[in-house]
Design a protein around this ligand. Structure first.
Ligand code: XUL
Ligand code: CO
Length: 435
């Protein structure tokens, strides 16, 4: 017995690049080998429960546009209906993973005990469905930004009772993630930041957040959770200034509080853009520190300047992202989560399916392009050539030397460097052969 929500829509199949069927995969072919690994195992796609099933289509100027059959049922029967529809969609798409916030799964109860009771009830139900379907949990997380209790932050809240509520909430979400064999646990600090310094003690807030994250790691080890703990950088929105601004800021923060080696990053394409970076920049910052955990693959609109969370469809951007991911050894415990929502005019169930098919397809195409760039090797050869001078013993010795000795060598050898082309256009032409 199905819910009937996706009636008339059949399972998405790989039909190859020449197919004109907009509901078929043209590039995503799960079993196809890319650099010796199955495409599905490289990409590890996940559906985001919040955008796909909980979100109602509002924007700052208007409310609900999506009227899903489970939306009016703001109770546990609605939660179970939503879960049934979710697993029908996972099956139609052949997607191996999903992600959730507690608030996406169960209706808000207004107090801690009932929130946990209903979370446990719905995650038991979901656990049974996972066993039947074989679908896995990429990550769970706590929504500590929507309800009004979080308006001044969670772990950074000036009110210690909110800190306590946050600690207990994260514990319950880690427990549920562990129960469902989640492969990661994410913390995105939506309100861990400030609106005005006039009412904010920034140093105290950072210390509280550092201690909070240490408690998360301590609890992970205590319960034997084997997944990776991830924090997700974002510069602003909803807070005017968020403490987890970008990858570099997060890495500095984690080091300051002794958490390097314990926590990695969940990088989101749209957040990179909000921070004034490219996605590949954020990926390269994380991989250079061995701290890439997972990705949220959703783009922002370059004109609007806010977090539009659109499904990805820009091949060159996606290809470069996977290029740097593959070069760093792939996603390991992470995955490609579509933290992406439909446009609010895309009302129909088929729009939800089409959006994911399109996102999965552009990622598959990007992955293949990235693999082809790696196999071609020209980018690597050019990069190695650019730094070739550092391979000589005298260059290496300089790094062990000091300013005075180096100065003496500059004078005695009359060192007078000649600028050399960076060849950017040549390199871009190489990339263009693949995208
Ligand atoms: C918000 C965002 C969140 C996190 C999880 O911009 O990206 O959905 O991914 O809380
Ligand atoms: Co995200």
């Amino acid at each position: 017995m199905t819910t009937g929500f996706f009636d008339g829509i059949s399972k998405a199949r790989f039909e190859g690049p020449d197919s004109t069927n907009p509901l078929a995969f043209h590039h995503y072919n799960p079993d196809e080998l890319v650099l010796g690994t199955r495409m599905e195992d490289h990409l590890r796609f996940a559906v985001a429960w919040w955008h796909s099933f909980a979100w109602e289509g509002g924007d700052p100027f208007g409310g609900q546009t999506f009227i899903r059959p489970w939306h009016p049922l703001d109770d546990m029967s609605g939660a179970r209906f939503k879960a049934d529809v979710a697993f029908e969609m996972f099956d139609l798409l052949g997607v191996p993973y999903f992600c959730w916030h507690d608030a996406d799964l169960r209706p808000e109860q207004g107090n801690y005990t009932d929130n946990v009771r209903t979370l446990n009830e719905i995650t038991d139900y979901i656990g049974e469905k996972m066993e039947d379907a074989g679908t896995k949990l990429l990550w769970g997380t706590a929504n500590m930004f929507s309800h009004r209790r979080w308006m001044s932050g969670a772990s950074t809240n000036p009110d210690p009772d909110v800190f306590a509520f946050a600690a207990a909430t994260v514990k319950s979400c880690m427990d549920a993630t562990h129960k469902l064999n989640g492969e990661n646990y994410v913390l995105w600090g939506g309100r861990e930041g400030y609106e005005t310094l006039l009412n904010t003690d920034m140093k105290r807030e950072a210390d509280h957040m550092g201690r909070f994250l240490n408690m998360v790691v301590e609890y992970k080890h205590k319960i034997g959770f084997k997944g990776t703990i991830l924090v997700e950088p974002k510069p602003q929105e909803p807070s005017k200034h968020q403490y987890d601004f970008d990858a570099a800021t997060c890495i500095g923060f984690l080091r300051k509080y002794g958490l390097e080696g314990q926590i990695k990053l969940n990088l989101e394409q749209g957040h990179a853009i909000l921070a004034g970076h490219s996605f590949e920049h954020e990926i390269a910052v994380a991989t250079s520190e061995g701290m890439l955990g997972s990705i949220d693959m959703n783009r922002n609109d370059y004109q609007s300047g806010w977090d539009t969370d659109q499904f990805p469809n820009n091949l060159p951007e996606v290809a470069l992202a996977y290029y740097y991911i593959l070069k760093a050894g792939g996603l390991t415990t992470g995955g490609t989560n579509f933290d992406a929502k439909l446009r609010r005019q895309s009302l129909d169930p088929v729009d939800l399916i089409a959006a994911h098919i399109g996102g999965m397809d552009v990622c598959a195409r990007g992955l293949k392009a990235a693999a082809a760039m790696i196999e071609d090797g020209s980018l690597d050869t050019n990069l190695a050539a650019r730094y070739q001078g550092w391979n000589t013993p005298s260059s290496q010795a300089m790094l062990e030397s000091d300013l005075e000795s180096i100065t003496a060598r500059v004078v005695s050898e009359d060192i007078n460097p000649m600028p050399r082309s960076g060849r950017q256009e040549v390199l871009e032409n190489i990339v263009n052969r693949f995208v």
